[in-house]
Design a protein around this ligand. Structure first.
Ligand SMILES: *Cc1c(COP(=O)(O)O)cnc(C)c1O
Length: 370
């Protein structure tokens, strides 16, 4: 009791109040320890008697945060001392749709894309504003239920761009195309979810709000030797080389989002055992849910078995008249944000790193109770 009295009201609440089982696709769940540390920094950052919201982005304390976050990102990706640079930029993954061709597509060159969903299409749309785009394969006709296989890749491409995980449809590349040209990847919804050889990519980007931290910043990891070859006069904010020269601090960065990303990457490294550790948990969560979908006749998984995402699991009810009852079972169990993307409907369970296995067990129980 004495112990309890010493805790603040806020602390007692976070210990004893069960959080929701949050299956949101992004912004999404973060570890409770990260939320608590971030809350503390809002009140008093590094014992400076100032909030993290009130300090200069060029102060020693914040520059250390950016450096730590960059180092953690490179270390987790296995790209430290391998000629890569990590940036935390603004404008979301959507700005990378434009920034990638600005920095990788020479005037007169041709960019290759594999279209696996809404986000790939968005990337294609922006690249077309800068030059020639060759869409090598698309699963659009098939409702984006699969990843195109054995795609022929022409030798003359300036780069190939893929979306590693299709957040809306729930498909994921299990093997990446082998290319002679630079391979660029939008990995917004499965970055750091499992062990990947990130050295096969020249550009890796991910909006932080799914698996990295809080919305407002985007992790960009770029191979430095691949830059500076387009002959373009790149607008300053969109120029990776300039952003690298200024260490992500060309303009005022998203200070709080970068801090939350740093805390979350620390959690991933120190509490979860890095990518080797987290993939065990993520595979267990995905297996549990897909097994239920494969055996429970009330549910129909949306995508092809071979291409199932371990991060975004999409499914429909076999009988729509069960919807009200299933939704009620979910809400009684404390499950939130299970609706499919507004463009496809149905259900989508996002199983990002911070979602505990326990939450998937609760969902499976609700599915069995239907
Ligand atoms: C969410 C998402 C995006 C868009 O990210 P913003 O940060 O909102 O621009 C792009 N690509 C993928 C794969 C996504 O999941």
């Amino acid at each position: 009791m004495i112990f309890l009295i010493k805790l603040s009201n806020l602390h007692i609440k976070t210990i004893f109040q069960m959080k929701k089982h949050n299956f949101a696709a992004g912004p999404s769940i973060l570890p409770q320890s990260v939320i608590e540390k971030a809350s503390q920094a809002l009140l008093n950052f590094n014992n400076m008697d100032l909030s993290i919201l009130e300090i200069s982005h060029r102060s020693k304390n914040f520059v250390a945060v950016v450096e730590n976050a960059q180092n953690l990102a490179l270390e987790l990706a296995g790209l430290k001392d391998k000629g890569y640079y990590a940036l935390f930029l603004q404008g979301g993954a959507s700005t990378q749709f434009l920034m990638a061709p600005y920095n990788f597509l020479p005037i007169g060159g041709t960019a290759g894309y594999i279209d696996t969903g809404t986000w790939s299409s968005g990337a294609i749309k922006e690249a077309k504003k800068l030059g020639n785009v060759n869409v090598l394969a698309s699963s659009k006709e098939n409702g984006y239920k699969n990843i195109p296989k054995n795609v022929a890749i022409p030798d003359d491409l300036s780069y190939l761009h893929i979306t590693s995980n299709n957040t809306i449809y729930g498909t994921e590349f299990k093997e990446f195309p082998k290319t002679k040209c630079p391979l660029l990847v939008d990995t917004s919804s499965d970055m750091f979810s499992h062990v990947v050889d990130y050295s096969q990519f020249d550009l890796i980007y991910a909006g932080a709000q799914k698996n990295i931290g809080a919305s407002g910043t985007t992790l960009v990891i770029v191979k430095q030797e691949a830059l500076g070859k387009t002959g373009r006069d790149i607008p300053s904010m969109l120029d990776y080389q300039l952003q690298i020269a200024k260490d992500s601090l060309y303009n005022t960065p998203s200070v709080f989002s970068i801090y939350v990303s740093m805390l979350n990457l620390e959690w991933l490294k120190n509490e979860m055992g890095g990518l080797q550790g987290i993939e065990k948990v993520n595979f267990a969560k995905a297996d549990l849910l897909y097994n239920e979908l494969d055996t429970n006749k009330n549910f129909i998984p949306y995508v092809d078995k071979a291409d199932r995402s371990i991060m975004n699991v999409t499914f429909n009810l076999a009988d729509e008249s069960l919807k009200e009852r299933f939704d009620k079972l979910c809400s009684e169990a404390g499950i939130v944000a299970l609706s499919g993307h507004r463009s496809v409907g149905g259900y989508r369970a996002s199983l990002y790193n911070a979602l505990p296995l326990e939450s998937v067990k609760v969902l499976v129980e609700a599915m069995r109770a239907l």
